[in-house]
Design a protein around this ligand. Structure first.
Ligand code: SF4
Ligand code: SF4
Length: 235
């Protein structure tokens, strides 16, 4: 477990983000996420300041660390110059590295984010492209979206786009050379390892929950489970 505190205290986000918290609660008062969720950045600082490894490990297994929107309003208001938003970014990373993220509902959703936004950017160069916004995964887009999705190439080109074609313009195909560079960046910065860790831990969780997990999203039971369903939460 000392590994956990070592990992946290060596990180620049901890060194720069938590100098001395006096528990005033100003960060919580300004935090938009605290308004809507069971989330309290002051309390997160408190847990970290305690250096209680058991309490920190428990925090990493809860939904709490996934509610922050990374707006950094807390940075502008803290009288001690702390940055709870940076600490949350670090805690999310540690939760994934330690495999704790699969213990909470919001944490498990990291798998869905990796299978969609994460893989989209590595495969196509776009984290969100019209072709990725499949109507059955995005009912919030409404009935018109299904029509737009089917006709997106024609509509985009009529609006001056260059849908999935070589050259310049909106929605253009990203060149193989750029994709090669992008994948290299993912590899050397640790993004690829990070994605593999999300996959490994999610497979373990899927097996515990007796859910089928496959590379293909469309017949991946665990993907739909974490993407849509309310499952057993820690809170
Ligand atoms: S505003 Fe700063 S000092 Fe006050 S509780 Fe938040 S982190 Fe601590
Ligand atoms: S960065 Fe996160 S913790 Fe800070 S104010 Fe924004 S939502 Fe709240």
């Amino acid at each position: 477990m000392a590994e956990l505190l070592d990992m946290i205290s060596a990180d620049i986000r901890y060194i720069d983000g938590l100098k001395a918290c006096m528990n005033c609660g100003v960060c919580t008062a300004i935090c938009p996420a605290a308004e809507f969720y069971n989330y309290d950045p002051r309390d997160v600082c408190n847990t970290l300041m305690s250096k209680d490894e058991v309490a920190i490990a428990e925090l990493l297994k809860t939904d709490k660390i996934w509610h922050c929107g990374q707006c950094l309003s807390c940075k502008t208001r803290c009288p001690r110059g702390n940055v709870p938003g940076l600490l949350i970014s670090l805690l999310r990373e540690v939760s994934i590295r330690m495999g704790y993220f699969t213990e909470s509902e919001e944490g498990r959703r990291q798998y869905a984010i990796k299978k969609t936004l994460g893989e989209h950017i590595v495969d196509s160069g776009y984290c969100v492209h019209v072709m990725h916004v499949k109507p059955h995964l995005h009912p919030e887009q409404g009935p018109v979206w299904e029509w737009y999705f089917k006709n997106s190439e024609e509509v985009a080109d009529r609006q001056g786009g260059n849908y999935n074609k070589e050259g310049s313009g909106a929605l253009r195909k990203i060149s193989e050379e750029s994709l090669k560079d992008l994948r290299k960046i993912f590899e050397v910065t640790g993004g690829k390892d990070f994605f593999e860790q999300i996959d490994r831990q999610s497979k373990k969780k899927a097996s515990e929950l007796k859910k089928n997990i496959t590379d293909n999203v469309d017949d991946n039971e665990y993907f739909y489970h974490v993407y849509r369903e309310k499952n057993e939460t820690q809170e």
